[in-house]
Design a protein around this ligand. Structure first.
Ligand SMILES: *[C@@H]1O[C@H](CO)[C@@H](O)[C@H](O)[C@H]1NC(C)=O
Ligand SMILES: *[C@@H]1O[C@H](CO)[C@@H](O)[C@H](O)[C@H]1NC(C)=O
Ligand SMILES: *[C@@H]1O[C@H](CO)[C@@H](O)[C@H](O)[C@H]1NC(C)=O
Length: 428
């Protein structure tokens, strides 16, 4: 039974039009880390691919890099295992067990190692009878599996939806695993794929999903290709009215992994992914090879100003405000009245294109009222100086590239006289 305080809190949230998030105190900002899937897939043949197969060695090597090469320091904390870690069958007690050849020390030992590096361990399971790659599913074992993960001291669960049975079984399964995790008493971030599997058959009730999950995938897997990034941006902007209302501390839309540092994106396209994952308040889960990554890609993924936009404590997801034949303009409200702005050049022909940004359309005219400081964050850091609410700012954007700005409102500065600048105290 809900107490008076909870009823009052729920009523207040309803009045404010806010949605209650899963009450586990986690993911107050979008989770950051590394997930093996896009880069390492389901390679289980360690004889043929000793370096890249899904094994404890792979995760220990990534943990070493995350701790020693600045990743942890800028916020990438979760080292996450995806599908294909399991043995083909459960043990005699019905518990999930890792593949004995590839994880000879067991998951608890791996978690200890990951924790010793100041990182957290994520694991993967599936709602149905089989995972997507055909390993044992959690159907009929939700509580047992939650207890197993807690006993291994796992910190995050990605719960996939392959082989989900009926829509009712799926909804029940996601809810049951949520409460099973809660019952273990261990803080475990809960990543769902519920909307992805529900959407083809039913309207998704995000209010409900947010009550059970910390973040959730909305559509198919990302791939290492510009077409995939474009699809995600198009899908997100065409569904933004629903998506931006639901995102916030404790519950996030997940447009899937960062593929920066791999093979398929040009440099400008990598900048675009980083800029938009910050604008979209997306979980930042990299899927790349931290043992072998260019210093350029590393610099982009570790860019503290972009990460600060992604992790902004206000927790509002950004959205597209205009679009023409060439450009898309997106904004994200940040704390203290600031805004992040992204200008994407969608043209895939020609060279850099000029875009004139009218400051009066940012933040419904409030971002630069009466004046603002504008910083270019990507593709390179530049101070663009002081502007007012009727400024026009010329930006040059490469094909498939993005210019990311941060706009900080400046309440103290007034424009006086013939456009001369002065502090308000000068008027006293
Ligand atoms: C379990 O849920 C309760 C109530 O919703 C919450 O107060 C508690 O912190 C949760 N515990 C964990 C471990 O998530
Ligand atoms: C899993 O298999 C059992 C036994 O065959 C079946 O009753 C159940 O409906 C299946 N569950 C799902 C989610 O498909
Ligand atoms: C969505 O879920 C919420 C919370 O469970 C519920 O209150 C609401 O009625 C649902 N909305 C629809 C349209 O079913």
């Amino acid at each position: 039974m809900a107490g008076a305080a909870e009823v009052a809190a729920a009523a207040l949230l309803a009045v404010l039009g806010l949605t209650a998030a899963l009450d586990n105190g986690l993911a107050r900002t979008p989770p950051m880390g590394w997930l093996h899937w896009e880069r390492f897939l389901c390679q289980t043949d360690c004889e043929r691919e000793p370096r890249d197969c899904i094994s404890e060695q792979l995760f220990m090597q990534m943990a070493d890099r995350m701790a020693s090469e600045g990743w942890k320091d800028v916020g990438y904390r979760f080292l996450c295992i995806d599908d294909c870690w399991m043995a083909p069958t459960r043990d005699k007690q019905g518990r999930l067990q890792p593949d004995p050849k590839r994880f000879p020390s067991g998951i608890k030992k791996l978690a200890d190692y990951v924790h010793s590096k100041g990182l957290k361990l994520g694991i993967y399971a599936d709602i149905g009878n089989r995972t997507c790659a055909g390993f044992p599913g959690s159907y009929g074992h939700y509580e047992q599996d939650a207890e197993t993960f807690a006993s291994w001291e796992v910190d995050l669960l990605k719960f996939d939806g392959c082989d989900f049975g009926t829509l009712e079984e799926m909804a029940e399964g996601y809810k049951k695993m949520s409460s099973a995790l809660n019952k273990t008493g261990r803080s475990i971030v809960y990543s769902c794929e519920w909307p992805l599997y529900q959407r083809p058959f039913q309207k998704v009730n995000y209010t409900e999903i947010k009550q059970y999950c910390n973040y959730w995938r909305n559509y198919a897997d990302i791939s290492d290709a510009w077409s995939s990034i474009k699809y995600i941006l198009d899908w997100t902007s065409s569904n933004q009215d629903v998506l931006i209302d639901i995102a916030g501390p404790g519950g996030w839309n997940d447009p899937d992994m960062l593929v920066i540092g791999n093979f398929g994106l040009s440099w400008d396209q990598q900048i675009t992914q980083m800029a938009f994952w910050a604008i979209m308040a997306a979980p930042l889960m990299m899927s790349n090879d931290l043992r072998q990554i260019s210093s350029k890609a590393k610099g982009l993924l570790q860019n503290k100003e972009v990460i600060a936009i992604n992790q902004d404590p206000l927790g509002k997801q950004g959205y597209r405000i205009t679009k023409d034949n060439t450009f898309e303009l997106w904004e994200r409200p940040l704390s203290e009245g600031a805004f992040a702005v992204a200008v994407l050049n969608r043209k895939e022909m020609g060279g850099p294109q000029a875009y004139v940004l009218a400051t009066m359309i940012i933040g419904d005219g409030l971002a630069c009222n009466p004046s603002c400081l504008i910083q270019q964050i990507l593709p390179t850091r530049r101070d663009l100086g002081l502007h007012n609410w009727v400024s026009f700012l010329k930006l040059v954007v490469n094909p498939t590239g993005t210019v990311l700005l941060k706009i900080v409102v400046n309440k103290n500065l007034l424009f006086i006289g013939n456009g001369r600048l002065g502090y308000s105290k000068d008027l006293l």
